[in-house]
Ligand binder design. Sequence first.
Ligand code: CYC
Length: 169
Amino acid sequence: MRDAVTSLIKNYDTTGRYFDRNALDTLKSYFESGTARIQAAAVINGNAAAIVKQAGLRLFEDIPELIRPGGNAYTTRRYAACLRDMDYYLRYASYALVAGSTDVLDERVLYGLKETYNSLGVPIGSTVVGIQIMKDIVTEQVAAAGIATGAFLDEPFDYLTRELSEIDV
Ligand SMILES: CCC1=C(C)/C(=C/C2=NC(=C\c3[nH]c(/C=C4\NC(=O)[C@H](C)[C@H]4CC)c(C)c3CCC(=O)O)/C(CCC(=O)O)=C2C)NC1=O
C-alpha cells in the first residue's frame, strides 16, 4: 500500500532519477494540503455514523425502489449490508485522503468488488449515487468546520465512483 510520497519515490527509483521539478511540485502540493487533509479526516472520524446514516436516508429517498420488495436493499439484512458498505467506502476514503493516494482503495476496496456485486445483484449505479451523496455531506461538514475543501477532498470519492462505473458491465 502506498501514499503520495512512497508512490513518487517508487516511480523515480525505478528509473534511477533524482526528483525533478514535477516531483517537487507534487510533493509541495501534498504537504501544503496536509493539514487540511488531516482536519478533514478528523471531521469524518468524528461524524462517521451520522454521515452514513444521513447518506443512506438520502439515497433511499432518491431511489426508493431499493428498499421496496424486489430492491437490493430490501429486508433488514440487506439494508444493513448496504449501510455497512457505505461505511466501508467512507472509512477507506478517509485513509486515501490522508495518504494523498488512491492506492489503498485499489488494494482494499475495489479489488474483486465487481464480481461480488454482480453475483449478488447489487446495483452499481445506485452505489455510485450513495458515494456521491457521502461526498456532498462530507464537503458540507468540512466546509462548516472552516476547513478548506476542493479536489483533494473529492478525489477518494470520485475515484471510487470512476472505478466502480468503469467496471459496471
Ligand atoms: C472493505 C471492502 C469491502 C467491500 C466494499 C465489501 C462489499 C460487499 N458488499 C456485499 C453485499 C451487499 N452490498 C449491498 C449494498 C447495496 N445494495 C443496494 O441496493 C445499495 C445500492 C447498496 C448500498 C449503497 C447489499 C444489499 C449487500 C447484500 C446482498 C445480498 O447478500 O444479497 C458483500 C457480500 C458479502 C456480505 O454481504 O458481506 C461484500 C463483500 N466487502 C468488503 O470487505
